[in-house]
Design a protein around this ligand. Sequence first.
Ligand code: ADP
Length: 219
Amino acid sequence: MAKKQYAVIGMGRFGSSIANALSGMGFDVLAIDANEQRTQEMSNVVTHAVSADSTDEEALRALGIRNFDVVVVAIGEDIQASILTTLILKDMGVPVLIVKAQNELHGKVLQKIGADKVIYPERDMGLRVAHHLTSPNILDYIELSEDYSILEIRASEQMIGKNLLELNIRARFGCNVMAIKSGGSMNISPYAEDRIVDGDVLVIVGHKDHLTKLELAYP
Ligand code: ADP
């Protein structure tokens, strides 16, 4: 199977971080930014770095952007440029279009004009940090949808030595323990008899409200 080809437009903090990571994973990445200095900075990191204005349809066409498997639009501040770029790319028939939104309204517009996935990096990171701040045992919090999330929680003292049946998380909170990280290994399909030991991390999926109750029960 051919390696996936990615294009990332906008080499701000978010875009350059994505381009960097994809490149590090061995993928071909085209980095685009209107600012020449930004593309220069990326030229040693990615396969190709090009200076172009992504609101210029001809410029995008000349770059063969349509042939990329995934295009990420990571223009934040300039909402107009982000929307125009998304519209042009959608019209061109880019297979998968992922766009960063600056706020909810921006995100709604992006969704309406056909972005396949809208991401809110600041909002999501804020949420994760907030959950971590409320309890040091909360290691991560990932929103799956408006209502459901995944929580990573370090086993608290009350959990240690108990098995999943005794903890009874499903009946008490309506949440599911998806996995238990133990030492260096990951038990991705835990049994009711699996016992929690000190240092374990539970990966739990559930409704936001139910997860909040669980967080409060295990501070
Ligand atoms: P972040 O918050 O992730 O740092 P910014 O909004 O600060 O994002 O950066 C976005 C990047 O997108 C900047 O480097 C800017 O030069 C680039 N950019 C903005 N408009 C365009 C455009 N029309 N075409 C290409 N790049 C653009």
